[in-house]
Design a protein around this ligand. Structure first.
Ligand SMILES: NC(=O)C1=CN([C@@H]2O[C@H](COP(=O)(O)OP(=O)(O)OC[C@H]3O[C@@H](n4cnc5c(N)ncnc54)[C@H](OP(=O)(O)O)[C@@H]3O)[C@@H](O)[C@H]2O)[C@@H](O)CC1
Ligand SMILES: Nc1ncnc2c1ncn2[C@@H]1O[C@H](COP(=O)(O)OP(=O)(O)O)[C@@H](O)[C@H]1O
Ligand SMILES: [Mg+2]
Length: 281
């Protein structure tokens, strides 16, 4: 299996063209954040903004509006209960993230199923968090996925989806067997995250560590992947996803030199400087 090397960042993260504007760097819609889990979608949204996404709209429970705009005023807001305006935003997005803090109620599952049916072949969809759990409860879920889907499960979410017990998830063949039925990219998150690409190649992360074990760490990764897909359109999707996954843990590892725990919000804050260092190196 290929190991993801540090040079992946230089291959993907490039100097921005002078002739550009916010629309050049990706329109992202993030969907999640119910009454209890507003922090999740705020971290996803903030991570996307800090990783360079040009325009980010967050669709969540309206109770989170003030917090969202206080933490990341660069982001726009939509009430996820306002279905017409949500679907309108989804229609004009390049990348959609659904699931961080979405919850598992009927509003959440209706929303997921509607979004799944709306995505076009030109768009990329990242399914994370609660949306993965909802997906696993649908009959023949692999057939519901649009063309360019990225699933970012942790090990329990992957167990729910694939039926493969956590203890057996180091078995590449078993994971690939399920992945083949989906046509999706699977980012199986753990110590030593493994990415299963649609062409059945795999790539393993060898950086990151237990200083990353804080709630919101995966929500943050989903936002970074979205921002990378939205702005680095000249690189192959496979490399862009690998670079995003590497970037998330590389920032964490750097911060861990002086911090016992590395908070998701600390990674988010460090992203612009980290990415510029890549470009300068
Ligand atoms: N600030 C916020 O708003 C935050 C909101 N969040 C949002 O909450 C929603 C629910 O997501 P979730 O991941 O917390 O819950 P769920 O999917 O039930 O998984 C937990 C179960 O799986 C088990 N488990 C076993 N192995 C595991 C592993 N490697 N990694 C993780 N779990 C593992 C674990 O076992 P246990 O710890 O009990 O031994 C437990 O039984 C989702 O939308 C998410 O975005 C969070 O991001 C936090 C910050
Ligand atoms: N011990 C660890 N070693 C390496 N990475 C870790 C470790 N613990 C957590 N992580 C990383 O943190 C993230 C956790 O994702 P997830 O469980 O979805 O978080 P949340 O849903 O709380 O945002 C993943 O990217 C995972 O690889
Ligand atoms: Mg998660």
């Amino acid at each position: 299996m290929k190991l993801i090397k540090p040079d992946i960042l230089k291959q993907v993260v490039k100097v921005r063209p002078a002739n550009s504007y916010k629309g050049t760097f990706g329109r992202i819609v993030t969907i999640g954040g119910n009454l209890n889990y507003g922090g999740a979608i705020i971290m996803t949204t903030s991570a996307a903004v800090h990783a360079g996404a040009g325009l980010v709209t967050c669709a969540c429970n309206s109770a989170n509006l003030t917090a969202l705009h206080t933490i990341v005023p660069e982001a726009m807001f939509l009430d996820y209960k306002n279905r017409p305006s949500l679907l309108n935003a989804v229609q004009s997005a390049d990348v959609i993230v659904i699931g961080p803090g979405l919850g598992n109620d009927s509003l959440a599952s209706d929303l997921l199923l509607q979004v799944l049916s709306q995505i076009t072949g030109k768009q990329q969809l990242i399914i994370d968090g609660s949306a993965l759990t909802i997906l696993s409860q649908q009959e023949n879920w692999p057939k519901l996925l649009p063309q360019q889907t990225i699933l970012t499960p942790h090990q329990m979410e992957w167990q729910r989806l694939s039926g493969i017990k956590i203890a057996d998830q180091n078995d590449l063949e078993q994971n690939l067997h399920v992945q083949q039925q989906t046509g999706a990219t699977i980012v199986l998150k753990k110590n030593g995250t493994v990415i299963y690409h649609p062409d059945q190649t795999t790539a393993k992360l060898t950086i990151g560590g237990p200083y990353m074990a804080t709630g919101g760490m995966g929500d943050t990764l989903a936002g970074i992947i979205a921002a990378f897909l939205g702005q680095f359109k000249n690189s192959p999707t496979k490399l862009v996803i690998e670079a995003a996954v590497y970037c998330h843990s590389a920032v964490a590892q750097q911060l861990a030199e002086n911090n016992y725990v590395v908070l998701p919000t600390s990674i988010i804050a460090a992203l612009p400087q980290f990415m510029q260092k890549v470009v300068n190196s």
